[in-house]
Design a binder for this molecule. Structure first.
Ligand code: HGY
Ligand code: MN
Ligand code: MN
Length: 416
């Protein structure tokens, strides 16, 4: 297949302006974003993305999970489209680039094709996947998971946020529930551009990450039940302190992850104690343990050791403990052909590059089950993400988007 000429590159200023424009929607309190899924801000961001796509000549499809599909026609309408995209939803204290760079990098690809008046055989479709973050409605990558047949739609609709609102109701409320059957679309290939969200590329001075694999993820929600009691008048030996049990279990989480150094990681980012009153011993603690590793056997070992340690701690303290698997996926091997398209693009464009395993989960990890899929990454400052101070440079954004452009357009086959 003919590859784009090395001088065919995206318009970095236009991409950057679009990123900054989108960042105005659902602003955080410290320069980042709080545009959580299915909030009014998410709806506003979707509307802006749709307007931009239509201005670029695309038609917009919308499925029953709110996944958005902006289609640029190819010369062969029957050819399976090449999909490219990521997510517009953010963490509550998220950055301006996590997910957004991949969606707007896809839009910039369309805008550049228009500028250069390039036709491709395969249509190209830019996607925004609903609820990649999984912060408001667990699990992460919910809608790409339904699309890939990993989750049932009814189960997804029933997922509730901390206020008891359901995904299905909120999708209807913001007016972004489509009619298209989720998962009915067939793809020639899928590409996702994403910031690394880790320190490797910046530390090595490398412009582009060629993502060959994605590490696996496990989310176990642990509920420890003790007994509410007065913090002042209850003798220490009589206490059933769920907060203390949680602290001891979280120490074990750190120990278990470090026992599989250097690749395994573990932490709890979601922690609730009840009744969360200054002078009440917590009678209940609910927290989600996030374990990750490139090796499935290591993930399974960490899950098993968490349960054994938690049960031993709670039995010793006279408390109850329950576990619920609320998210997870096995380690991912991306498609070698798509990975090669990304590597060749970086070579052709003269960008420094290295193979990398994705530390974070992405929609591509699920889409990889239903279509040849690969990712391209750009560095981020200090490897920081899921923090409002998340930052990238315009040059890094350009390098990633240029490589994305070349990989997608080569796969979509330029028509001379
Ligand atoms: O959890 C993840 O890895 C992704 O950022 N949702
Ligand atoms: Mn992301
Ligand atoms: Mn994220």
């Amino acid at each position: 297949m003919a590859a784009p000429a090395a001088n065919m590159t995206i318009n970095a200023d236009r991409l950057w302006d679009s990123l900054m424009e989108m960042a105005k929607i659902g602003p955080g309190v410290a320069g980042g974003n709080n545009r959580q899924t299915l909030t009014d801000a998410d709806g506003e961001g979707r509307a802006l993305f749709q307007r931009w796509c239509e201005e670029a000549g695309c038609t917009m499809g919308l499925d029953t999970m709110g996944n958005m599909f902006a289609r640029r026609e190819g010369t062969d309408p029957d050819a399976l489209p090449v999909y490219v995209g990521s997510h517009l939803d953010t963490q509550p204290t998220g950055g301006k680039y996590d997910g957004v760079l991949g969606v707007l990098g896809g839009l910039e690809l369309i805008r550049t094709l228009n500028d250069l008046d390039i036709k491709t055989k395969h249509p190209i479709v830019v996607t925004n996947w609903t609820n990649e973050e999984g912060t408001r409605f667990a699990p992460a990558m919910l809608s790409s998971g339904v699309f890939a047949g990993v989750h049932e739609q009814d189960w997804a609709y029933a997922r509730e946020d901390a206020e008891g609102k359901s995904f299905g109701d909120e999708l209807v409320r913001i007016g972004w529930k489509g009619d298209e059957e989720v998962g009915a679309r067939k793809m020639h290939a899928f590409f996702e551009l994403h910031i690394e969200q880790g320190p490797i590329l910046e530390a090595e001075g490398v412009d582009v990450g060629v993502v060959t694999h994605g590490q696996g993820l496990s989310w176990t929600q642990v509920t420890v039940t003790g007994k509410d009691a007065h913090t002042g008048s209850t003798p220490m030996p009589m206490r059933k302190n769920a907060g203390l049990a949680m602290a001891r279990i979280l120490e074990k989480v750190e120990e278990i992850a470090l026992s599989h150094a250097p690749h395994a990681v573990g932490a709890a980012g979601h922690i609730d104690v009840y009744p969360n009153s200054r002078n009440v011993i917590p009678g209940k603690a609910v927290f989600t343990v996030d374990f990750r590793s490139p090796e499935l056997a290591v993930i399974r070992d960490m899950e098993a050791r968490l349960k054994a340690a938690a049960e031993e701690i709670c039995t010793h303290m006279g408390l109850e403990v329950d576990f619920e698997k609320v998210g997870g996926f096995d380690p991912v091997d991306f498609d070698e052909g798509c990975v090669a398209a990304i590597r060749n693009a970086a070579e052709r464009l003269g960008y420094s590059h290295r193979n990398i395993i994705s530390g974070a989960g992405h929609d591509a990890c699920w889409i990889n089950r239903v279509a040849p899929t690969a990712m391209v990454m750009c560095p981020c400052v200090d490897g920081l993400s899921h923090n409002e101070a998340e930052e990238i440079s315009k040059d890094w954004a350009k390098a990633g988007a240029d490589v994305l452009f070349h990989a997608v357009v080569e796969t979509a086959e330029i028509v001379e």
